[in-house]
Design a protein around this ligand. Structure first.
Ligand code: AP5
Length: 221
């Protein structure tokens, strides 16, 4: 169970990764969350990448590959993992291939989640995230029970700095130019599958699980 969730910003990669963690008991590796944690803690790395994230540009491939390689060596990754937001360029995909070969030739399952751009803008401008546990909410469709407070841990909900409409548009452009070519790349590798992200959250999760013969696992709960 070595997943890559692929797709433009706001299609639901993080939302699905969080559900799959609960269902499959393997870790979510969100490179965006990892970078935002560095920014929050004002580490040297965080200071280096803060502006890149705020503009919606990509952090360099070398740096991302180093971060991901370190993370994949941790013991919790031995049974599987869900990569969310990585790889994002062809050099990152090539680098990942080399890392996985070193880790006993793991085979990836790449799932593209797709949603039209208009829906993405609506989703991202209404997204709120728990500042403590990173649970993802949506003010229109998946609102917290108490406004501004995380249902699961009581943490304060925040809006990401890159969820402004102008930055979202740039992120979509960056996606089309640098990340979309990965679809053809993984089709050629024979590991690509796609799911329609316009369906309810639980339906998308069920379809991802069914793709890989895990029909017995329920998508919710
Ligand atoms: P990252 O954090 O990876 O952001 P992203 O790819 O832009 O994706 P998002 O987190 O915005 O969206 P998502 O698809 O996870 O959607 P979500 O589930 O939250 O990266 C941020 C930045 O870090 C990058 O711009 C870059 O600078 C840097 N970075 C990260 N990785 C990098 C890398 N590998 N290389 C270089 N730089 C890197 O859902 C969105 C909203 O929709 C939520 O409100 C949710 O509730 C709602 N929703 C979800 N599913 C549904 C549904 N089915 N129906 C209705 N609403 C839904």
């Amino acid at each position: 169970m070595y997943y890559v969730l692929l797709g433009p910003p706001g299609v639901g990669k993080g939302t699905q990764a969080q559900l799959l963690v609960k269902k499959l008991g393997i870790p979510q590796i969100s490179t965006g969350d990892m970078l935002r944690a560095e920014v929050k803690q004002k580490t040297p790395l965080g200071k280096r990448v803060r502006q890149i994230l705020e503009k919606g540009e990509l952090v360099s491939d070398d740096l991302m590959l180093k971060i991901v390689e370190e993370r994949l060596k941790k013991p919790d990754c031995t049974r599987g993992f869900i990569l969310d937001g990585f790889p994002r360029t062809i050099p990152q995909a090539e680098g990942l291939k080399g890392i996985l070969q070193k880790l006993n030739g793991i085979t990836l399952r790449v799932v593209e989640i797709s949603v039209p751009d208009e829906e993405i803008v609506a989703r991202l401008t209404n997204r709120r995230i728990c500042s403590q546990c990173q649970k993802v909410y949506n003010l229109l469709l998946a609102a917290p029970k108490v406004a501004g407070i995380c249902d699961e841990c009581g943490g304060a909900l925040i809006q990401r700095k890159d969820d402004r409409e102008d930055v979202i548009k740039n992120r979509l452009m960056v996606y089309r130019k640098q990340t979309k070519p990965l679809i053809e790349y993984y089709k050629k590798e024979g590991v690509y599958q796609a799911v329609n992200g316009l369906q309810p959250i639980e339906t998308v999760c069920r379809q991802i699980l069914q793709m890989h013969g895990m029909n017995g696992l329920k998508a919710s709960g």
